[in-house]
Design a protein around this ligand. Sequence first.
Ligand code: ASP
Ligand code: MG
Length: 455
Amino acid sequence: MKTIKIGGGCLKGHEVISNIVDLIVQRGRGNVFVLSALHGITDKLLDGIERALKDEDEIPAIMSGLKDEHYSLMRHLLKNDDDFERLQQELERVFLKIERYYFGINFTRELTPRMHDIIASYGERLSVILMAGILKSRGENAGYIMPQDAGVITDGRFGDATANMPATSKNFEKNVLPLMQFSDKILFFPGFFGISESGEITTFGRGGSDYSAAVVAAALKADILEIWKDTEGFMSADPNAVPDAKLIPILSYEEASELAYSGANILHPRTVEPVRKSGINIAIKNTLNPDGQGSLITEFAVQADNVVKSISHTKDIAVLKVYASGVGLRQGILAKIAGTISDAGINIKSVVTSQTCISLLLSRKDIDKAHAVITNMKPRLYRESEQVIDNALISVVGDGLHNHRGIAARCFTAVSEADVNIEMISYGPSRAALYFLVQENDLEKTLKALHSYFV
Ligand code: ASP
Ligand code: MG
């Protein structure tokens, strides 16, 4: 049995979705499908929270916006009027709940993380009900089960939950496997959320349906996790920046994680965690070219000739530099500064330290808040601080990078021959990646130079 994830990027436009429904019928029977919300719906649900908080009169417009998208798709895909009506009634009951939550937020003028997650989770609930209804109407043996009924158990952290795999696997044996005893069954499963031990809906963070799919695959001991997208797979660089970038047909868990973390927009960075332990491979498949090769992620991948498989990058990087003397000698200073920032709910991407400076790598959206938080620290443990926001982070990724002599030297030679200055380097923590920062203006030049050198 496979677990197949279909992303929100693919669930966009009537023709495209109609094509995906055909693909599910042709290639999907007997498997579990983890779905995202329809494209843009999670954003609409969250935007609805802001609008509902401000003005009760906004709520009808929010609701009709959500309904229109789902119903117009149904109208396109459902030829039978009775089936249309039945499905619409089922969805109306769900929309009514969403509407009540919006009114609740408006009346109480209060938005808790708990309520935020409840509302965010509805995009996925709607998409599985919709898809199961459409496939049933085509005569398929289709159905769905919600994560709270299947028993996807989380640690209860709102907006950033992690699955409890032993508990989830046990629940799946009881609640999900029996549903798959028919070889033609098509079971839809909403991604993005689970339920805590105490019964709270908790989401896995934005883009978290990939992670959900990995949790489902591991809990079901699936033969493979397929991720259906509208792209071919992992590339040797972003083709927008490097036109001769190539598809990477096979890569290791380690390489895929590094690329996901460092900006390749193919997989949610946490997807590899749950499947890796069970040795389940991940295949990226293009719904627009289903017979194409795609990318396969597996435990042992063939090493690239030049060791380096991909040069990825992100512009979503800012550096908070904290100057203090004797960083390496003063116990606890790093922990206190990093702790203060993460206690404020800010994610630290990475830390690089020297004896005089701690550099914290953050997302650009978080830099001002992080800077304010450490400025208010008492006692203040450092001398000076500054923020840098005009950098880009480049990652050179390939298994074996660290036991091949000369890779770093060749990498930095290529960069310096392109006349680019390197601002900061991190080399060593990962076996499969080397990171450095350059000025954002130099980004394209650097990527092209490295790509033509290595790939
Ligand atoms: N629908 C959620 C989001 O937009 C989860 C996902 O699509 O992966 O973040
Ligand atoms: Mg997604």
